[in-house]
Design a protein around this ligand. Structure first.
Ligand SMILES: *[C@@H]1O[C@H](CO)[C@@H](O)[C@H](O)[C@H]1NC(C)=O
Ligand SMILES: *[C@@H]1O[C@H](CO)[C@@H](O)[C@H](O)[C@H]1NC(C)=O
Ligand SMILES: *[C@@H]1O[C@H](CO)[C@@H](O)[C@H](O)[C@H]1NC(C)=O
Length: 469
C-alpha cells in the first residue's frame, strides 16, 4: 500500500461518488435480485466449508509462509521480485490454473549503505530507512544542524530558519492518508525553503523504535535532497531537545541511487468463463513489497487470497459464466506502476470488466466488503455479501480502495476491496516487522472464503453488475 491512497480518496469521495448518486436514480430496480443471488447459498456454504473447515484449511497461510520464507522481501527492480514472479507463475500453474505473464517496466531504486547519527547534543545512532526514490548523499554524508517542525504549516512559518538545515518532521499520526503526505512530499517542501536533507517521522501509530519506509515524490523543478524516515521515538526526542533550545546536529549518509527501469511482469491466473469468457471479474493483490521484513502483510496476503480464491473454486469443480482473473501486480509500491500499465493495455475492453477487486490492507479478520458502484450494483452486492453469513461477515461498506484498481473504478467499473480488522496494519507497514508472524491462518481462511464467494457469484450471475448509464 503506498501513499497515493489519499489522492484517490479525495477524488472518489467527492466527484466520483456524487456522479453515481445522480445517475442511479433513474435506474430500474433489478428484477428479483434477491432470488437470483439466494440460489447461491449452497455453493457459498461449500466454498466456506472447504476454505475454513475442510481440506483447504490454512492453505493460503501455508502458501504465503512457503513463499515469503523462501523468497523474502521483493522490492521493485530486485532479483527477489523476479524470483517471486517465477515462483508464483510455477506454483499457480502446478495448481492447474491458466497462467501467463504480462511485461511491465518498473522503477529500480536501491538504498545502498545508509546510516544516521545524532552528533549534538550527544552521540546517538538513529534507526532509519531511506525513502524510495530518494537521492543519496555525498560519500562522506551530510552533516548539519537540525530544524524540527510538526507540520508543513510550521515549516512555512519558520522558513527563514531552514536554510542549510536538516529538517526533521515530527508530525503526529492522525490517519494514514493525511499523515503520509509528510513522507510523500516532505523532501520537496523542505528543499523549497533551503533545507539540505529531511528526516521524516515514520508514518505509524505505534512504534518499538521501528523506521517505516515508503515511496516519496520529488516535485518538478525543486532541488532533490536526500530523505529518510526515522523512528517516532527519535523524532520526539529531537522535538523535545529543540523545545529546550538545544542545538541538534545530525549526520546522514545514504548510498541510494536510481538505476535504469527494470523488466518485470504482472502475473495473471485464470479460470475461463464457460459462457462469456471475454467478461472478467478481476481479483488482485500486489506481489512486490518494500525491501524490509518479508512483505507478508503488504501485500503477500492479498496476493495469496486472490490465488486461493481461484483454487477453492477449481477444487470444487466450479466454473462460472465469466472469467475469474487473479492478477498479482508488480511495482505497486512505486506508484502502482503494474496496475497503471495493465489499465492502459486493457482499457479497450473496459465494457467487459464486470468487477475489479483488490486486497491491500492486510488479511486480518474480515469485517466486510467495501464496494463502489451504482446504486443498482450495490443492491446486487448487498445480496451477495449476505451469502457470507456463515462466517459472520455481511457488511457492505462504501468506498472501495486499491492503488491497482483505482483507474478502473474512476472509469466507472464497479470495484471492491477487503475490509479487515486493520487497527494493527500500520504498526508493521513498510517495516522490518512485516513478517509471517503478523499473519494468522484462520483469518486468512476467512478472507479467502469471502474473496472466493464474492468473485464466483458475481462472475456467475445472469448479468454483469449494472454501471452508471
Ligand atoms: C490450522 O492451523 C491451526 C492453528 O495453527 C491448527 O490448530 C489446525 O490444526 C490447522 N489445521 C490444519 C488442517 O492444518
Ligand atoms: C480484448 O478482448 C478481445 C475479445 O475477447 C480479445 O481478443 C483481446 O485480446 C482483448 N484485448 C486486450 C488488450 O486484452
Ligand atoms: C459466527 O458467529 C457465531 C455467533 O457468534 C459463532 O458461533 C460462530 O463461530 C461464528 N462463525 C465463524 C466462522 O466465526
Amino acid at each position: 500500500l503506498l501513499f497515493y491512497l489519499f489522492i484517490q480518496h479525495l477524488i472518489i469521495s467527492s466527484s466520483y461518488t456524487s456522479l453515481y448518486k445522480k445517475s442511479s436514480t433513474n435506474k430500474n430496480p433489478a428484477p428479483d435480485v434477491a432470488a437470483e443471488v439466494g440460489r447461491y447459498e449452497d455453493v457459498a456454504k461449500r466454498i466456506i466449508e472447504l476454505a475454513v473447515f475442510g481440506a483447504a484449511q490454512n492453505r493460503s497461510y501455508r502458501r504465503l509462509a512457503d513463499f515469503t520464507d523462501t523468497i523474502g522481501n521483493r522490492v521493485s527492480g530486485s532479483q527477489n521480485l523476479e524470483m517471486a514472479i517465477k515462483y508464483m507463475y510455477n506454483a499457480m500453474k502446478q495448481d492447474g490454473l491458466d497462467v501467463h505473464l504480462e511485461p511491465v517496466k518498473i522503477p529500480h531504486w536501491v538504498r545502498g549503505k545508509e546510516s544516521a547519527e545524532m552528533i549534538k547534543p550527544r552521540t546517538k545512532s538513529l534507526a532509519m530507512l531511506g525513502l524510495g526514490s530518494s537521492v543519496g548523499t555525498p560519500p562522506e554524508g551530510v552533516e548539519a544542524e537540525v530544524l524540527v517542525v510538526q507540520s508543513f504549516e510550521e515549516l512555512k512559518r519558520r522558513a527563514s530558519e531552514a536554510t542549510g538545515r536538516i529538517v526533521v518532521f515530527n508530525q503526529p499520526f492522525t490517519n494514514y492518508p493525511e499523515t503520509v503526505a509528510y513522507r510523500g512530499f516532505g523532501a520537496s517542501e523542505a528543499a523549497k525553503v533551503g533545507a539540505v536533507a529531511t528526516l521524516i517521522r515514520s508514518v505509524t501509530p505505534f512504534s518499538i523504535n521501528s523506521p517505516h519506509t515508503g515511496w516519496q515524490t520529488y516535485e518538478e523543478g525543486v532541488k532533490r535532497i536526500p530523505t529518510a524516515c526515522i523512528t517516532v521515538e527519535d523524532a520526539e526526542l529531537m522535538w523535545r531537545l529543540a523545545q529546550n533550545k538545544q542545538k541538534i546536529v545530525v549526520r546522514l549518509v545514504m548510498g541510494a541511487q536510481t538505476l535504469p527501469d527494470a523488466d518485470s511482469f504482472n502475473t495473471v491466473a485464470e479460470i475461463r468463463g464457460w459462457q462469456h469468457p471475454e467478461q472478467v471479474v478481476l481479483l488482485s493483490g500486489h506481489l512486490d513489497s518494500w525491501d524490509v521484513g518479508q512483505g507478508a502483510m503488504d501485500d503477500g496476503g492479498g496476493a495469496m487470497i486472490s490465488w486461493e480464491a481461484l483454487s477453492l473454486i477449481k477444487d470444487l469443480g466450479l466454473r462460472p459464466r465469466r472469467t475469474l482473473r487473479a492478477v498479482l501486480w508488480t511495482g505497486e509500491e512505486q506508484g502502482g506502476v503494474g496496475g497503471q500499465q495493465y489499465f492502459n493495455l486493457h482499457k479497450e475492453n473496459i465494457s467487459n470488466f464486470d468487477l475489479v477487486m483488490e486486497s491491500d490492507l492486510g488479511t486480518f479478520t474480515p469485517m466486510g466488503l467495501q464496494f463502489l458502484g451504482s446504486d443498482a450494483a450495490r443492491k446486487v452486492m448487498e445480496e451477495v455479501i449476505k451469502l457470507l453469513a456463515p462466517i459472520n461477515v455481511t457488511k457492505l461498506e462504501t468506498d472501495a480502495e486499491g492503488t491497482d484498481i483505482f483507474l478502473w473504478m474512476q472509469a466507472g467499473v464497479p470495484g471492491a476491496s477487503l475490509h479487515v480488522a486493520d487497527s494493527r496494519y500500520f504498526w508493521f507497514h513498510h517495516s522490518e516487522g512485516d513478517t509471517m508472524t503478523v499473519q494468522d491462518p484462520h483469518d486468512m481462511d476467512l478472507c479467502s472464503a469471502l474473496w472466493a464467494v464474492v468473485a464466483y457469484v458475481v462472475a456467475d450471475l445472469e448479468d454483469m453488475l449494472p454501471r452508471r448509464p
